[in-house]
Ligand binder design. Structure first.
Ligand code: NOJ
Length: 575
């Protein structure tokens, strides 16, 4: 069975002073209101540093590699980069196990390299967003080394230590997201410590004020270096109920062979809001609208909406995985997911994404194996024409696909080893960026990159696609250019239209004078649609074509009879 576990598990889990360095750069769009924060109109691009560009040819990407590709990113139209963790780490969870929060992993470079990246990016009006992992550290972090050294160490209470539940039993039945008990016995002090993820990722005790201060100091360290904000990892699991009640066990087993469990006592406790608000206060004390992006999820949109904060004082950009994982081209389903997020009860600004380093790439998830490239253009259109901030994952602009390990021996991601073959891990979506059709897709000159390049790189790479006017890459560029320059796409409201249509997703971005109609055929057959946009205050019967794919649409289209080819995309101006 193809891997679906991470999405499933994720659904279960997540059910100072002024900075010395200003990061003011030009607005992300030429015509937006000057009063609006930059992140509302930015295109954010996630980079997995280990896989982006290898400057020293050791098979792993690095900071200098990213710096060397800034012109490409600028040219694509990116405004901010979210870097997944590049701190010193034993790399058990490829950086999400941090051993030092105020340095750069030697295999990725130095702090000076990082400063250079920030400065060079700034020259190109690109901001850097760091990944902040606050739930846990590496077990090699000095805090944990001290904490585990004795029961009376001053840092003992920085982590969650408990006596066993008797006779080699852990304190309770809680499970790690990455398989088996969430407790590990430390023989030296004969107590268990709690780890929601790998055993090498002990959870911090967020009820300890010293932990809070230490982590906020980490945030200031990076804000002072000019970062534009943070993506907060695993935010829902910061707190656990102190008296450790067992979680209810549900029917069936998960991919690790553990019982399914409802994590009611160790997820999304209310105190998480206090921490995000506190961190937001830190971030807001710096100039230039620094931002908090959240790895947030919830049982429903109302719960997700709470992550903006009651006074919009928590995340500016929480992630919406209900939208990201619709996982089928269904116009009604997308209409619902977009509508609820656009009109979320908090009135927060929507963030939209499809892919990241934990998920099968959406080129595969939405592709039908025949029209994949056209579908990639269709999903790009959704992402880049909605009212909200798009978050891209490196390589999606090329149509990069997964390259999943074929055998357990090939797996690098530990969950793939624990759960093989039902859970094959996340290597497939983390493969090297495809720069050209040469050795290792131009990612490294080393004999062997840390993960094998995806075989499709000969066709799907930057050089080849820049030269092809119909490529996915050029389609992304065109969409980004349009969303920057068209007033309705910058400022217009979102209105679903033709809402009974099962096959074609249509919406209008309603501007003050002119508006934009987006029509997306989500089927493999041609479809004809008739629009009456008068109820939306739009009187025209035809639309001026702004962008259409496949590229065979005339310069204007009849709204009473608009035919869309299979998975066809139409973006037109109406008034
Ligand atoms: C979420 C990150 O996206 C994932 O890659 C990581 O394994 C877990 N958090 C644990 O930090």
């Amino acid at each position: 069975m193809k891997r679906t576990i991470w999405a499933g598990l994720l659904a279960l889990v997540l059910i100072g002073s002024l900075g010395s360095q200003s990061i003011a750069v030009e607005p992300a769009t030429s015509i937006k209101s000057a009063a609006e924060p930059w992140w509302k109109h930015a295109v954010i691009y996630e980079i997995y540093p280990r896989s982006f560009a290898d400057s020293d040819n050791n098979g792993m990407g690095d900071i200098k590699g990213i710096t060397s590709k800034l012109d490409y990113l600028k040219n694509l139209g990116v405004d901010a980069l979210w870097l997944t963790p590049c701190y010193p780490s034993p790399q058990v969870d490829f950086g999400y196990d941090i051993a030092d929060y105020t340095a750069i992993a030697p295999e990725y470079g130095t702090l000076a390299d990082f400063d250079e990246l920030v400065a060079e990016a700034k020259k190109r009006n690109i901001r850097i967003i760091m990944d902040l992992v606050m739930n846990h550290t590496s077990d090699k972090h000095l805090w944990f080394v001290e904490s585990s050294s004795s029961k009376d160490n001053p840092k003992r209470d920085w982590y969650i230590w408990r006596d066993g539940g008797g006779d080699t039993m852990p304190p309770n039945n809680w499970l790690s997201l990455f398989g088996h008990s969430a407790w590990k016995l430390d023989p030296k002090t004969n107590q268990y410590y709690y780890h929601f993820f790998y055993a090498e990722q002990p959870d911090l005790n967020w009820r300890n004020p010293e932990v809070r201060k230490a982590m906020y100091d980490v945030a200031k360290f990076w804000l002072d270096r000019g970062v534009a904000g943070f993506r907060l990892d695993a935010i829902g699991t910061l707190f656990e109920e102190a008296d450790l009640p067992d979680n209810p066990v549900l029917a069936g087993k998960n991919k690790f062979g553990d019982p399914n469990m409802d994590n009611v006592h160790n997820e999304k406790l209310n105190e998480v809001h206090d921490v995000v608000r506190e961190l937001r206060t830190v971030v807001d004390s710096y100039p230039d609208n620094r931002v908090l992006v959240g790895e947030t999820s919830a049982r429903d949109i109302n719960e997700l909406s709470l992550t903006y904060g009651k006074k919009l004082d928590e995340f500016q950009l929480p992630m919406n995985f209900f939208f990201a994982f619709v996982n089928k081209l269904s116009a009604p389903e997308f209409r619902t997911r977009i509508g609820e997020w656009d009109k979320n009860p908090a009135g927060g600004w929507p963030l939209y994404l499809f892919s990241n380093h934990d998920q099968i790439r959406h080129y595969i998830r939405y592709g039908d194996k025949t029209h994949n490239d056209q579908i990639a253009k269709l999903t790009a259109t959704i992402l880049l024409t909605l009212r909200g901030t798009p978050l891209l994952y490196y390589g999606e602009e090329l149509g990069m696909e997964n390259n999943d390990p074929k055998s357990k021996e090939d797996v690098q991601d530990p969950i793939g080893k624990t759960g093989w073959p039902d859970e094959i891990g996340r290597d497939g979506e983390r493969t090297p960026m495809q720069w050209n059709s040469e050795l290792n897709a131009g990612f490294t000159a080393a004999d062997k990159p840390w993960l094998p390049v995806t075989p499709s790189y000969k066709k799907y790479n930057v050089v080849a696609e820049e030269a092809d006017k119909n490529s996915i890459l050029n389609f992304y560029k065109e969409l980004i250019r349009l969303r920057r320059t068209d007033d309705a796409l910058v400022n217009g409201s979102y209105q679903a239209v033709d809402v009974q249509n099962k096959d074609v997703l249509s919406y209008v971005r309603k501007g003050e004078k002119k508006s934009v109609l987006v029509a997306l055929n989500m089927t493999p057959e041609s479809k004809t649609v008739q629009y009456d946009l008068k109820p939306y205050g739009i009187n025209s019967n035809s639309a001026k074509t702004l962008l259409a794919s496949p590229h065979n649409t005339p310069s204007s289209a009849n709204l009473r009879n608009l035919t869309l080819p299979p998975y066809g995309v139409f973006v037109g101006q109406v008034q």
